[in-house]
Ligand binder design. Structure first.
Ligand SMILES: [Zn+2]
Ligand SMILES: [Zn+2]
Length: 531
């Protein structure tokens, strides 16, 4: 989430989620920390959305539960947001715009500019502020032959460049990729030629919101005389929405269910299946594990991964690839057979944007820290002064006024961890405990002490999980108990009946014992009571 603030009013650009880089520990999503906004009631006047990807809209329900502000976005993004809010029972004012519209939020005059990306209706923003124009690229690529609609509006971008742009915030994802990322339309013929080589069923996965890709899969299937079936909630939802809104046109008969498709001759079927990232409960994972009602992979079938692996998901995807290979089906991967085209501009396109917009200042957004140097030299090549290419991280503030731009004092920002149950936030302490539990197990120590003297009257009893190596490891527990008894005897007589004091000693003694005996740091839970 990016915040632009001026004269006591702010507008947020996008409000997305991230997925944890290391799976596990019951953490599902990372949300932006909005403390800065909740502590300043009335500051945020609205949210504008560049496009409908989860990393741009996913955290909106949470934000809208706390702050009552209008949301402005392009058509498909707003349809996805509407669905998301309805499912979570959140209400908000939603305003759909088209490129070229004039949106006034607080002191900001905002114009959306059409760009191309791996989702329909993506846009960049020109934000007119009292201190000059800020141009935000959104996620973009320069596709001159997109599957639907016009190419990125380079003319309008250059018009803004002519008027003068003080600050360009640019997508930086693929700055290390040379040349041009290629047109989305190039993927169509590649998909068709791969499908023709597959004698059995075609299973194809991509991102569910990538409707241009879905259209190409549908078209290629029609050309190969295959009926298209859908498996998994992601595609069931997105194809329904896409047909309702006219983003998906069926050249032949309509979509069918995957179970129906299994009744047709194998060579006449394409199954569009959710789960390109190897998500544990996705349809493709379940099919590969034989857990999806009546839908199975067989020799002769082919699985097309028309997507890239998002960093952090490699393990899940590798497991998936192995299971597919075991089933005897053939694998066709986006990066190797041209069946996936990136949605993010490569170096030449990033340079084109810089040349058109000619910003005074440049900040890269949506990329990794390691890309900075590379993007900075690219900006410098197009004439942006090196000291005007600024690096910002979460929580950094860039102050822009008539005299120039500089980084200001940092503000509270960061990530809030959302529990897998989606029902609550998870604090760092909880996360530490979970990490402890999963790596080192736990030990519960139950001890009864005399209320006056503090003498042990019962126990210690130790209950452990994930700590012992096996049945015969009980010797270790006896040692631990003996250690505990002698350690507690060493407490000064006046503190021996102090429950808190005893509990903290129990923790200290057992921690030391297990770290020495097992090089492990199990979570120690003391339970001391008086008798
Ligand atoms: Zn995107
Ligand atoms: Zn993105």
């Amino acid at each position: 989430m990016l915040l632009v603030e001026c004269d006591g009013a702010a507008v947020a650009i996008d409000c997305g989620v991230l997925f944890p880089e290391r799976p596990g520990l019951g953490i599902d999503l990372l949300l932006p920390d909005i403390t800065y906004l909740t502590e300043r009631p009335g500051l945020l006047r609205g949210v504008i959305l560049t496009h409908g990807h989860e990393d741009h809209i996913g955290a909106l329900p949470r934000l809208l539960q706390e702050l009552d502000v209008p949301v402005f976005g392009p058509r498909l993004a707003m349809a996805l947001v509407g669905e998301k809010l309805r499912r979570q029972g959140v209400t908000a004012t939603l305003e759909t715009f088209t490129p070229g519209a004039h949106i006034q939020i607080g002191p900001f005059e905002i114009e959306p500019i059409h760009v191309t990306h791996s989702i329909a209706d993506a846009c960049a923003f020109a934000l007119k502020t009292p201190h000059g124009t800020i141009l935000h690229s959104g996620d973009f690529k320069i596709d001159e032959t997109p599957v639907h609609g016009p190419g990125a509006d380079l003319k309008r971008l250059s018009e803004w460049g002519e008027k003068g742009v003080r600050l360009l915030l640019s997508d930086s994802t693929n700055v290390d990729q040379h040349g041009h990322c290629g047109s989305e339309s190039d993927g169509g013929p590649a998909l068709e030629s791969v499908m023709r080589k597959i004698p059995g069923r075609v299973f194809v996965t991509t991102f569910a919101s990538h409707l241009h890709r879905v259209q190409q899969i549908v078209n290629a299937s029609a050309a190969c005389d295959r009926r298209v079936a859908v498996a998994g909630r992601g595609f069931e939802d997105s194809t329904r929405l896409a047909q309702d809104l006219g983003y998906l046109k069926m050249p032949g008969p309509g979509l069918i269910r995957a179970t129906e498709a299994m009744q047709l001759p194998a060579g006449k079927v394409t199954v569009l299946v959710s789960g390109s990232q190897g998500e544990p409960n996705s349809a493709l994972t379940r099919i590969s594990e034989g857990r999806f009602k009546n839908v199975t992979l067989a020799p002769g079938d082919g699985v097309i991964l028309s997507s890239r692996v998002i960093p952090g998901n490699e393990r899940g995807v590798h497991g998936l690839l192995n299971r597919i290979a075991k089933s005897g089906a053939t694998l066709h991967r986006g990066d190797r057979e041209g069946v996936h085209v990136s949605g993010h501009a490569h170096r030449d396109e990033l340079q084109t944007l810089l040349r058109l917009v000619k910003p005074e200042y440049f900040v890269r957004v949506h990329g990794e820290y390691r890309h900075l140097a590379s993007h900075r030299s690219l900006a410098a090549e197009t004439g942006v002064a090196r000291d005007k290419c600024i690096l910002l991280e979460d929580g950094d503030v860039l102050e822009l006024d008539a005299t120039g731009a500089r980084t200001g004092e940092r503000v509270v920002a960061g990530r809030v961890l959302l529990d897998a149950s989606r029902e609550g936030e998870v604090g760092l302490e909880v996360l530490r405990d979970r990490s402890h539990l999963s790596n080192d197990g736990f030990v519960v120590a139950v001890i009864a002490i005399h209320a006056q003297t503090g003498e042990i009257t019962s126990g210690p009893d130790l209950v452990t999980r994930g700590v012992l190596r096996g049945e015969d490891d009980y010797v270790l527990l006896d040692e631990a108990k003996a250690n505990l008894v002698s350690g507690l005897r060493a407490i000064a007589p006046e503190s021996r009946a102090d429950l808190l004091e005893v509990e903290s000693e129990v923790r200290r003694i057992l921690k030391k014992f297990f770290s020495r005996a097992r090089r492990r740091r199990p979570l120690i839970v003391p339970h001391v009571f008086e008798m």
